[in-house]
Design a protein around this ligand. Structure first.
Ligand code: ATP
Ligand code: MG
Ligand code: MG
Ligand code: MG
Length: 493
């Protein structure tokens, strides 16, 4: 089944159960000081759960464009390295605002997966909240009893607070959740270990596909829980993961959501991507695969963000988008040998593929291409300039080694690495990567100490942008920590 039809069937199914189908909210949030990007389906409905606004319907379903690159949900570092976490992904969801509760939610989820999509029951596992007496939250007996009617008990797993209890914040609506996981391993592999023990353990082929949250409590300021007067359902299913399960694949990148983009990269680079089914691959090919996954993932995030009005820039959300794009350029440069802009050429493919359902991509195709091309060009120039400097720095050390002291360590000083970063916008991990290839190390402690010094200097001459939410809520801003964890600078070039 094609991904387009999988999405359509989800929406039609919930429409047939009395849900109003609404469009995705923009991926970029402009009016929520606590969040830069939409990172789940429920974000646009937050006010309904808090009782500050009335929903148009008590039952709603949609597919939400999500971006998980900052704050509480930051999957950036996994992207490219695993086969089921993306920066940008679609979250299919259905909601009940004080209407149906656990019984219908669970039964419909099950009906959709096993009867409409026809996923074999013996490939599914579900989880139920085990309870947490210390915090006075009970075991979710109700969900357990409902699941017991649908699935063998040995396929129901008890989950802890981290995985199976959802809270909006320190206070406010919260409740247990029930997740659905799909086991996509081969029959031989299934015979070796039970999938039950692999659920929630990051096994690449035993993946969480759907989370059903049951908001039934309100957490008060003193930490105690009270029953909410009206109970709500909030669900989220990863669209790309669902496509993987339904298309008989073991990697999201082998589905038709990504394959046209991958084919285009292959054509532009004359390199080959190997599907997840290929058992043994060389180290070289593995690097190529990772780079291709990074690029086809990141172009979606960047294109959708631009379409929703967020241009790459040096501050706030724009800075996050710029760094995602630069990460893609860097992988292309280093592992696919692309020294000229090429990522922008993927936008036409994306537009063909997603433009029907998300017309914002189609309408703004040309504009998105121009922005991406321009960014690629300017970052590639930066890389070229930085490379020359780095080469000459390493050359100097080598000459010194040869002429004076053979034992001197091949190290790039923190100060030099920082200058490259500060003056040329040369990311530290790129410097590290290139240096490592030539047998050099970086004095990272020195680098971060230079960074700290500069922060102190720039705080004094503090420059702020009105786009940057840090201006609105000091101390409560999401910092982009995906690129390298220690960095929280906002301005780089
Ligand atoms: P995981 O444990 O795999 O990181 P999660 O528990 O963080 O997922 P939820 O917040 O429960 O995810 O989101 C609901 C659903 O969205 C998940 O069940 C999954 O199918 C999907 N999903 C979550 N994060 C991603 C991502 N980075 N890329 C693709 N799909 C995702
Ligand atoms: Mg996660
Ligand atoms: Mg999870
Ligand atoms: Mg989850």
């Amino acid at each position: 089944m094609k991904s387009q039809d999988i999405r359509k069937q989800f929406l039609q199914f919930f429409e047939s159960k009395g849900h109003l189908i609404v469009p995705s909210a923009p991926i970029v949030l402009k009016d929520d000081p606590t969040l830069m990007f939409n990172n789940s389906g429920m974000a646009q409905f937050k006010e309904y759960f808090l009782g500050n606004a009335e929903p148009k319907s008590k039952r709603i379903a949609d597919t939400q464009k999500c971006l998980r690159v900052s704050g509480k949900h930051n999957d950036l570092e996994d992207v490219g390295f695993d086969t089921y976490h993306h920066t940008m992904f679609e979250m299919l969801g259905n909601w009940s605002f004080g209407d149906y509760f656990k019984k219908d939610a669970i039964n419909w989820a099950w009906e959709l997966l096993t009867e409409v999509y026809k996923i074999p029951k013996e490939n599914l596992y579900v989880s139920v909240f085990e309870g947490n007496p210390e915090e006075n939250v009970p075991f979710d007996q109700e969900a357990w009893d409902i699941w017991k009617e649908l699935i063998d008990e040995d396929r129901i797993i008890l989950g802890n607070k981290k995985d199976n209890f959802w809270e909006m914040g320190d206070q406010g609506p919260c409740g247990p959740c029930s997740e659905i996981h799909v086991d996509l391993r081969s029959e031989e592999e299934k015979a070796t270990v039970s999938g039950k023990s692999l659920v929630n353990n990051d096994h690449p082929q035993v993946v969480e596909i759907w989370n059903n949250v049951f908001m039934e409590f309100n957490r008060k300021a003193d930490g105690s829980l009270e029953k909410l007067p009206a109970q709500h359902v909030d669900t989220g299913m990863g669209f790309e993961r669902l496509c993987m399960a339904l298309q008989g694949k073991t990697s999201n990148y082998d589905t038709d959501v990504f394959s046209p983009l991958i084919e285009k990269v292959e054509q532009l680079t004359s390199l080959k991507y190997t599907s997840n089914e290929v058992a043994t691959i060389s180290e070289e090919q593995n690097k190529t695969n990772i780079a291709i996954r990074v690029i086809v993932d990141h172009v979606r995030a960047v294109a959708f963000a631009i379409a929703d009005g967020q241009l790459p820039s040096n501050t706030g959300a724009g800075y996050v988008i710029r760094r995602i794009l630069r990460r893609a350029v860097r992988y292309g440069f280093t592992f696919l040998n692309k020294k000229e802009p090429f990522i922008y050429e993927l936008v036409a493919v994306l537009s063909n593929q997603m433009g029907e359902f998300f017309p914002e991509i189609k309408i703004q195709k040309q504009f998105i291409e121009n922005v991406i091309k321009e960014e690629e060009q300017s970052f590639l120039r930066t890389i070229a300039a930085g490379l020359l400097i780095l080469e000459s720095l390493m050359q100097e050390v080598k000459i010194y080694q040869e002429l004076s002291d053979k034992n001197v360590k091949p190290i790039i000083s923190g100060k030099n690495a920082f200058d490259l970063y500060d003056t040329y916008g040369f990311p530290i991990d790129l410097t590290e990567l290139i240096a490592k290839e030539k047998g050099f190390e970086i004095d990272l402690a020195g680098f971060y100490s230079e960074m700290q010094k500069q922060k102190t200097r720039s705080r004094a001459a503090s420059e702020v942008s009105t786009e940057d939410w840090s201006v609105l809520i000091p101390g409560n801003v999401e910092t982009f920590v995906g690129y390298d964890k220690t960095e929280n600078e906002v301005k780089i070039t």
